[in-house]
Design a protein around this ligand. Structure first.
Ligand code: ZN
Length: 346
């Protein structure tokens, strides 16, 4: 790390004090670095090292900010997800350790993939844990948070009241423009039970096992062992296999978490998610955004999350913009140094 910084520093500030410096570090730190490096050139080499290290760190940070600044609408870099999350949880009188224990790698992975909902406005209630482990626990939460039922299109769907209110407003607005916002795949588009999330997991997990056995990447014995694992360990093993390219999404090309939530973890369980049939219409996405609904799970195109926030404010709530297939996702801005489990395998 130190030698990497030093090497980067030498590259940026001592050996390339010309155009490269200004281009990469930008104003004003770049110019400052240029001037200081010029002055340093009259001092002994050792002194340059220490001073350059400090300037390097400064400009590297600035350079990173310039890159990240494109993430926000107001040209400010997005805030760090964990920083905002700590504050948000404190306001809700809880803390990260309570909802996602640091030792639980699966929970952290889930948090960083689906965690936008924890930053939702105070009119809704995010789940008290990253992973629910029983039907009873989910039922208790859903009753406490409350939900309303509405017929949208041909299906009855259920969401937390504020999320539903804004969804209906968005739908009304869409319909005025001869568009519509309807649930994808029936009632499962909104609230789901713990049991639903288990069943959906199996619709990806089981066929993928068959496929990878057919490909010779897994043996029958490995499959039997995976199936027999307690659920939490099974999820952990699946995520581990995916690191070696054995994917479990529906099309077997990406992580299962971009295809279906791990059991007990879905934003649908939190009743803050809605899968939209018309997701590929940019105007529909815009109208949903206006009402606090955003795409927050990378690559899950029809899936919208209710945050109840304005799009321009998302960066300061620890979310960064990511463009995939021409669509805008707002995902947790996890900065490695801010991640409490930095260094642990993910
Ligand atoms: Zn969904």
């Amino acid at each position: 790390m130190i030698s990497g910084c030093y090497r980067g520093l030498v590259n940026r500030f001592c050996e390339r004090c010309g155009d490269g410096l200004v281009t990469r570090a930008r104003w004003p730190n770049g110019l400052l670095g240029l001037v200081i490096c010029f002055l340093l050139s009259i001092f002994p080499t050792q002194a340059q090292g220490g001073a350059c290290l400090r300037i390097g760190a400064m400009a590297e940070k600035h350079s990173e900010n310039v890159t990240r600044s494109t993430d926000g609408n107001d040209n400010k870099p997005p805030a760090a997800f964990y920083e905002v999350l700590h504050k948000a949880l404190k306001k809700r009188k809880t803390k990260l350790e309570n909802i996602c224990p640091p030792s639980d790698i699966v929970a952290r992975r889930v948090l960083e993939d689906y965690g936008a909902m924890f930053l939702a406005n105070k009119k809704v209630m995010p789940p008290p844990v990253c992973i629910f482990t029983s039907d009873a626990q989910v039922t208790e939460f859903q009753e406490r948070a409350g939900y309303t039922t509405e017929l949208i299109g041909f299906d009855e769907v259920e969401l937390q009241p504020e999320a539903m209110k804004e969804l209906l407003k968005a739908r009304e607005e869409a319909q005025k423009e001869d568009l519509d916002i309807t649930p994808r795949d029936g009632a499962e588009a909104a609230r789901r039970s713990y049991e639903d999330s288990l069943q959906l997991w199996d619709t990806r997990f089981r066929p993928a096992l068959d496929y990878w056995v057919g490909q010779g990447r897994l043996t029958e014995a490995e499959v039997a062992s995976l199936i027999s694992l307690p659920l939490h360990n099974q999820i952990a093993e699946v995520l581990k296999l995916e690191k070696s390219g054995i994917y479990f999404s529906k099309d077997l090309s990406k992580s299962i978490l971009y295809s279906i939530a791990a059991p007990g973890t879905s934003q649908h369980i939190a009743m803050l998610a809605f899968d939209v049939n018309e997701f590929d219409n940019p105007r529909v996405r815009e109208i949903l955004g206006k009402h606090g609904w955003f795409q927050t799970v990378l690559s899950d195109l029809p899936h919208f999350t209710f945050l109840g926030l304005k799009e321009k404010d998302l960066p300061k709530h620890g979310l960064k913009r990511a463009e995939v297939d021409g669509q805008t996702f707002w995902i947790p801005n996890v900065i490695p140094d801010d991640n409490p489990v930095n260094g642990q395998p993910r």
